[in-house]
Ligand binder design. Structure first.
Ligand SMILES: [Fe+2]
Ligand SMILES: [Fe+2]
Length: 477
């Protein structure tokens, strides 16, 4: 299989699509529906062209090309990472057997479901972010937004390819549905809660790309381990693109924090609202919100479905091959978060032991949480270097949860269980209030001139692909 894409075809691909006319025709008939979705649900800001990278190769070096592209003419393609001919299943009851080129009948429904859920998040985020272009703080940021958007569109293609190629008529129907559900729609919403929340401002966008896109990274990491080889190779390549999305979030929050401390220091005040910067407590509240809704995406602390997926070889653990155990987990245990109850029926936040297989969601959520700590550390280093005493932190896992063990209780960011009435009174201390959101939105005045940037955010340290910050990243229409 060639690793370089064939760009002479209608749908660029490295899967020798021309050898399977039926599949090629099916995907070519889905293509105009995708483009129609992009035009109606994609970015609303009119542009002539955008400096974008396009994947052209799955190899280690030079996998992408950069150039100014009119977005509707972006070459969304289908790329699988290179095949490892000797690859064997790394975990579960089929451990050691050769990986599957075809979907085994007994796992068909589960695999299709996993692919549909992953696929549903990709276009959802494009929909959530569609109006952000109008308030971009710079052309550099605008370009990054569009890069993330076109690549989430390509990730939709990645999942649709699998549905078309391996799941027959049902797969094709699911591919259609991926374009018909819409983020926030009352009749046909996206499958997962966090993907129906709006992304109304750029602080939300950076928090989303840091926290929520990072959930995607972890889900893809588990699917990359799959015994179904095409799914594994698809996800491996998607992870390469995700790295940039993570960078946009990480450095986006860096730059907001940077600007805030600059204003705090130059005016010698913590109260930067009204001075054109975003106060640290507001940044903390946005962080609290995006982190807690992203934790929900990992599902309940325990799940027999996920245990079965693991045993079957459909979905592994993060960095499965680095784990030092038998990769079957049939006799292992794990402590998971839980509500405990004392003799008087009084509930408290605690932990309980369950079988490792049933606790796999918790394992993945913990990997994610420790990764999230990395960002907080970075942002706190900026505060420390500026000589500011405040610090940001991740709230407790029980805070603001709608899924899992803590869905039925309320807790402070410090993990203290509180009565519902107190939560009602005090949640504005911890989550963005209407006043906070209105203030942040008031700062979102577009800066669409080359080399200029909005006052609430610091410029980036580096441009894209070696270009300077004041490069003409986007030509508006
Ligand atoms: Fe994605
Ligand atoms: Fe992403």
């Amino acid at each position: 299989m060639p690793s370089t894409a064939d760009y002479s075809e209608k749908i660029p691909n490295n899967v020798s699509l021309h050898e399977d006319r039926r599949l090629q025709r099916a995907l070519e008939s889905w293509q105009p529906n995708f483009l129609n979705w992009w035009q109606t649900m994609g970015p609303t800001l009119p542009t002539q062209d955008v400096y974008l990278r396009t994947a052209v190769n799955v190899g280690r070096d030079g996998w992408a090309q950069f150039g100014h592209v009119a977005m509707p003419e972006y070459r969304w393609g289908i790329f699988l990472a290179e095949r490892d001919p000797g690859r064997r299943i790394g975990f579960g009851e089929h451990k050691g057997e050769p990986v599957w080129d075809k979907v085994p009948g007994e796992y068909r429904a589960e695999l299709q479901r996993l692919i549909v859920i992953q696929g549903d998040t990709e276009p959802a985020s494009v929909e959530q972010q569609r109006n952000l272009g109008a308030t971009a703080p710079s052309l550099y940021d605008l370009r990054n937004l569009f890069q993330v958007n076109v690549e989430e569109g390509r990730h939709l293609w990645a999942m649709v390819y699998l549905l078309h190629a391996h799941f027959g008529r049902e797969g094709r129907e699911e591919a259609e549905e991926l374009l018909h559900r819409n983020s926030g729609s009352l009749d046909a919403p996206r499958i997962l809660g966090a993907f129906n929340e709006e992304t109304p401002d750029w602080l939300s966008f950076f928090m989303f790309t840091y926290f929520t896109d990072r959930d995607g990274k972890y889900q893809l990491g588990t699917l990359k381990e799959s015994a179904f080889d095409a799914l594994s190779r698809t996800c491996e390549f998607m992870l390469k693109e995700e790295a940039h999305h993570m960078m946009v979030g990480t450095t986006g929050v860096d730059r907001v924090v940077q600007r805030t401390v600059e204003v705090m220091r130059s005016r010698d005040t913590d109260d930067v609202a009204g001075l054109g910067a975003i106060p640290l407590p507001v940044i903390q509240k946005y962080l609290n919100f995006h982190y807690s809704v992203s934790l929900d995406l990992f599902g309940g602390e325990t799940s027999t479905n996920v245990a079965n997926y693991y045993t079957a070889g459909l979905k592994g653990r993060w960095m499965e091959d680095r784990r030092k155990d038998d990769h079957k987990l049939t006799s292992d245990a794990i402590m998971v978060d839980a509500l405990s109850e004392d003799a008087n029926g009084e509930q408290s936040i605690g932990q309980t032991e369950v079988s490792a297989l049933v606790g796999l969601n918790t394992d993945l959520r913990r990997e994610y949480i420790s990764d999230c700590q990395g960002g907080v550390k970075r942002w706190n280093r900026i505060l420390e270097e500026a000589g500011v005493k405040q610090r940001l932190k991740l709230p407790h896992v029980a805070f603001n949860r709608k899924v899992g063990a803590f869905a039925g209780i309320e807790a402070t960011p410090d993990g203290e269980k509180i009565p519902a009435g107190e939560w009602e009174r005090r949640q504005g201390e911890w989550l963005p209030t209407e006043v906070d959101k209105t203030y942040v939105r008031s700062l979102m005045q577009p800066v669409h001139q080359r080399g200029k940037i909005a006052a609430w955010i610091a410029p980036p340290r580096n441009g894209i692909n070696g270009q300077p910050f004041d490069y003409d990243y986007v030509h508006l229409a």
